[in-house]
Design a protein around this ligand. Structure first.
Ligand code: NAI
Ligand code: MG
Length: 347
């Protein structure tokens, strides 16, 4: 049978890097079931055309016809637009993709260009400030805006379990809980306490005993990330901190254009580069496709297609190591297509 992959390029460079990832997947041949791609709509452009950022049809097809999906990036405006809401945030909720797993790895630290980074940010993907319950009122002193920050035991526990499970698979088995409980002792306190408890949870039955647990306040975590990134292995964080930390970590390894992610739930998986739609370079054909190709690899790996995933990762690593065919974000002169071609040659 075939592997049905929903493709949602969305906006900006998403339209350039997702087709590249598609071509890379197609090049895997018999290492994966024959891929069948289903193009689906979402994003700002979809909103401006059809008045809806995430068509019901897209969610329906993902649910009923797809084994997995790849998402590009959306161009969400920074101002309030009536009727618009980020489709990626909505999609993560709709499909209950409660974990965003973001490995950040430096490929050639020996070359001295980037520090030795090998960590994975495990970002809670459904709540925190991203529940988007905001309101603005007018008081006698002017406007006042509020946002709800939701942290639940249920979501903290399942992201905690996911993080412990990932730590178990890794050589160092080291987990850092990121929070700001010194200030937000109720919300971040619940996150911290719940993740800590996963370690000793009755149904864990000693499963996680080999995982060492540390914690770090989010601000000093960024500081340590830049001074001694090697102390981190798995970092688990509430939604907003995880979002910020992973972009920061991306800077350490050279570019956002290198860092992949996978949105995972208990029964669906969606690959997605960590970067956004990059309006500054969109349409120029110079977006780095590596984050998306690596996201495809993560997606395949989670589905159990280890060989296909390994081949994609190895090919990408070789291209980065050689350093002759790189996009401008990595100080190269090559285009998206040239980098893709270099990857295809290694495959
Ligand atoms: P961004 O990630 O799009 O860009 C930040 C910087 O990194 C830019 O200089 C960009 O050129 C560079 N960059 C990003 N990906 C690259 C790649 N593959 N190759 C080469 N250079 C790359 O973040 P920004 O500028 O803050 O956001 C732009 C738009 O993207 C906004 O509308 C935002 O809402 C949206 N966004 C969407 C996300 C998603 O769909 N999941 C995630 C983050 C932002
Ligand atoms: Mg982000």
């Amino acid at each position: 049978s075939s592997l049905k992959i929903g493709l949602i390029p969305a906006d900006g460079i998403g339209k350039e890097v997702i087709p590249a990832a598609r071509t890379a997947i197609e090049a895997l041949g018999s290492d994966i079931p024959k891929p069948e791609f289903i193009e689906l709509l979402a994003g700002w452009e979809t909103f401006t055309r059809y008045g809806v950022a995430l068509p019901e049809e897209t969610v329906k097809i993902l649910r009923s016809d797809c084994d997995c999906a790849l998402f590009g990036s959306v161009s969400s405006p920074s101002r309030k637009v009536i009727g618009y809401s980020s489709p990626i945030v909505a999609l993560r909720k709709e499909l209950d993709l409660y974990a965003n797993i973001r490995p950040v790895v430096s490929v050639a630290p020996e070359a001295g260009q980037t520090p030795a980074v090998d960590l994975v940010v495990v970002r809670e993907n459904t709540e925190c400030l991203y529940v988007k319950q905001e309101e603005q009122i007018i008081t006698e002193n002017g406007k006042e805006a509020r946002a709800t920050r939701l942290i639940t035991e249920r979501a903290s526990r399942r992201i905690g379990k996911m993080a412990f499970d990932l730590a178990l698979e890794r050589q160092r088995k080291h987990l850092t809980i990121i929070h700001k409980s010194n200030v937000l002792s109720v919300t971040d306190g619940l996150f911290r306490e719940t993740v800590r408890k996963v370690h000793t949870f009755p149904d864990a039955e000693g499963k996680y005993d080999s995982v060492s647990v540390m914690e770090q306040l989010v601000d000093s975590a960024v500081y340590r990330l830049f001074r001694e990134p090697e102390v981190f292995d798995v970092m688990v964080a509430p939604n907003l901190y995880g979002d910020i930390l992973s972009d920061a970590a991306a800077a350490l390894v050279g570019s956002l254009g290198l860092v992949p992610s996978v949105n995972a739930g208990d029964d669906f998986v969606m690959g997605e580069p960590v970067h956004g739609s990059a309006p500054d370079i969109a349409g120029k054909g110079i977006a780095n496709p590596i984050a998306s190709i690596r996201s495809a690899a993560l997606m395949l790996r989670r589905l159990g297609y280890t060989k296909g995933a390994d081949r994609l990762d190895t090919a990408v690593d070789q291209v980065i190591r050689e350093g002759t065919t790189l996009t401008p974000d990595l100080n190269g002169k090559s285009s998206t297509t040239e980098v893709l071609d270099a990857v295809l040659k290694k495959l």
